[in-house]
Design a protein. Structure first.
Lengths: 232, 397
């Protein structure tokens, strides 16, 4: 990706429809959205409004039925599965609501996973992992398994895994949805720091107004389209 | 490529580490495969053991002469005159005293109780000429001595001594109206002669009212290549109606019927069990993939390719199958290798003593079966794992 001043994300006229039997469900309906580099964007909206679907399109986990998804000047909606996987590995960090850590691996090994897709040597990988774990403040817990960590700690491991390849874009799907208020606040502060100090562009799906308040901009989705105002 | 391999190793390692959580199904699948391998190895080791006895029995430079039209010694017959002409044929080896190495022999079957079951079984009793020991070349007395010509004495092969009662040195065996004293035990290089009882042909002839006839001549040739000279000389002699067979071919031929029968049964049973084991492996791997759907989706979301996922599921299935295969092979080896028994040789209607033989080639074959079950059982689950829809599967809990 280039470091120019053009927007990082351009989504134009995107439709996403799913088939369920004979029924066709239109989850996104002609949605357009532009996100600048360095933004911390909160995506809000009721269940079924298309937040997660939009996040999946941005992460290259799914393809639009219609329209274009351009990230860092590259059309990702036209990439093959294989190239899309490579693109994800290089450019996107994903943070999940339920952390999605591999239970049989230590925190350290979980964080290392995306680096296995690079050509880094073992020593270099170890260095990157140590840095990422230090950024989330878990150096003392690096050899623990997920089941030995609290929810907040597991989400920190998830964030370390997302930033270990130093991607431009972080996509977070309800990152505090499974956490208590205190742990959630810590995670939000961490995301804010990554946004402000490391210049990561962050897009965060959330239900929680408290969480969206930490973002630099909030957009609301309703019935697959952006709505101007927050719903009551 | 390196990248691809490191993806595979990371996923496979993660898969294998979750095995303890799924140990019930994993053990069931492995045991199923172990069962297939045990049966396969067990049954085929019978064929291998039997085949080996007959394979080491025959020497390429020994010819067996039978009456023309006979396939076995049982239905062959030669006159004294026939055997004299045969002993004079060209191509025959001679000893230091320039006597031909040809043994005119009689072959009858006697009844003796099996040690294991106490039931009577047919034991071959062979009457031999003095040259028999030099013709065979590999006969060694391991107990007692050789029989004395002209006396009612027998020597017994170690296989026969082990399988049938009453054949210990010093005991007497009653056959028909005559009693025979066991005076020695011999080995014959593991060959079929070890299942036989031997005596002097000249003593056996009157005991069985055979007059001065024989059933076969065992002839030592000057070389394996001399068979043609030897055969030609005999078959062109108008006074004779005989055929000569190379001893090694003769015994190889004898083993084919039983060996192919046993192999057929072994492979059929194992194949039926393999179908069952295949479904076991299939089920285990499907549930393994189902249990890890979210993990696989996570790895795919991180950028892992679908082919490393497919390969790693196959590897897991293969590892499980090989574990079962090794277990089954080791079990079969411990249980069957060297197990002594005897069975009917349908060509001679008499018992052949042999040991089950779990050979390295047989173990390899069994492990190959296990691997095949593993790969087939893992194939469809692996393809399913490779096609998991990432976005939907990420949210599975």
């Amino acid at each position: 990706m280039t470091t120019d001043q053009s927007p990082l994300i351009r989504i134009a006229e995107v439709d996403k429809t799913y088939r369920r039997g004979a029924e066709e469900i239109r989850v996104l309906a002609g949605l357009s959205l532009t996100v600048q580099r360095g933004e911390f964007l909160a995506l809000m909206g009721p269940s079924g409004s298309g937040k997660s679907t939009l996040l999946n399109l941005l992460g290259g986990l799914d393809r639009p039925t219609k329209g274009t998804v351009e990230i860092g000047g590259e059309r990702i909606d036209t990439l093959s599965d294989r190239r899309l996987a490579g693109w994800r590995a290089r450019h996107v960090g994903l943070v999940f609501q339920f952390y999605n850590l591999l239970p049989v691996m230590t925190a350290e090994r979980n964080v290392e996973l995306p680096l296995l897709l690079t050509h880094l040597s073992k020593a270099e990988r170890r260095k990157h992992v140590a840095t990422a774990i230090a950024v989330v403040g878990l150096t003392h817990r690096k050899s623990h398994y997920p089941r030995q960590l609290s929810g907040g700690e597991q989400q920190r491991v998830g964030i370390a895994r997302a930033i270990v390849t130093d991607p431009t874009l972080l996509l977070c799907d309800e990152p505090t949805g499974d956490l208590d208020r205190k742990s959630g606040d810590e995670i939000l502060s961490l995301l804010q720091t990554l946004n402000r100090e490391q210049g990561k562009t962050i897009i965060m799906v959330t239900h929680d107004p408290h969480a969206s308040a930490r973002a630099s901009r909030t957009v609301h989705l309703d019935k697959g389209q952006l709505s101007a105002a927050a719903p009551a | 490529m390196l990248n691809w391999l490191s993806q595979i190793s990371a996923i496979t390692l993660a898969n294998l580490k979750t095995l303890p959580e799924r140990r019930g199904a994993a053990i069931a699948a492995a045991v199923g495969i172990a069962g297939v391998v045990t049966v396969l190895v067990g049954v085929l080791s019978i064929a291998e053991g039997f085949q080996r006895v007959l394979a080491v029995s025959g020497s390429p430079d020994v010819a067996i002469v039978l009456r023309s039209g006979s396939d076995t010694e049982m239905n062959s017959g030669l006159t004294h005159e026939d055997t004299r002409i045969i002993a004079d044929a060209p191509g025959l080896a001679r000893n230091a005293a320039i006597l031909p190495l040809a043994s005119a022999e009689l072959f009858v079957v006697i009844n003796l109780p099996k040690r294991s079951t106490g039931t009577d079984a047919n034991v071959p009793l062979r009457g031999v000429s003095p040259a028999a020991f030099d013709v065979r070349g590999n006969l060694t007395m391991v107990e007692g001595r050789r029989f004395e010509p002209g006396k009612n004495e027998v020597i017994v092969g170690v296989g026969a001594a082990r399988q049938f009662s009453g054949l210990d040195v010093g005991r007497t065996v009653r056959v028909g109206q005559t009693e025979w004293t066991v005076v020695g035990v011999f080995t014959a290089g593991g060959g079929v002669a070890e299942s036989e009882v031997w005596t002097d042909a000249a003593v056996l002839q009157p005991a069985y009212h055979r007059g001065d006839t024989y059933q076969s001549v065992y002839a030592k040739l000057i070389s394996a290549a001399a068979l043609h000279t030897f055969t030609d000389a005999l078959t062109t002699n108008p006074a004779l109606s005989i055929k000569a067979v190379r001893q090694s071919d003769f015994y190889a031929e004898q083993s084919t019927l039983l060996v192919s029968f046993v192999k057929g049964i072994g492979i059929t049973i194992a194949a039926l069990m393999a179908v069952g084991a295949l479904f076991g492996a299939l089920n285990t791997m499907y549930s393994s993939v189902a249990a890890r759907t979210r993990e696989i989706a996570t790895l795919r979301a991180l950028g892992f390719g679908s082919s490393p996922v497919v390969v790693s599921v196959l590897l897991e299935s293969l590892a499980l199958a090989l574990a079962g295969g090794v277990l089954g092979a080791a079990g079969a080896w411990l249980a069957f290798d060297g197990y002594m028994t005897s069975t009917m040789n349908w060509q001679t209607f008499s018992q052949v003593a042999f040991a089950f033989r779990v050979s390295p080639a047989l173990l390899m074959q069994a492990i190959l079966w296990a691997a095949m079950i593993g790969v087939l059982g893992g194939l469809f689950p692996a393809i399913r794992a490779g096609r998991i829809p990432i976005a939907a599967a990420l949210r599975e809990t």
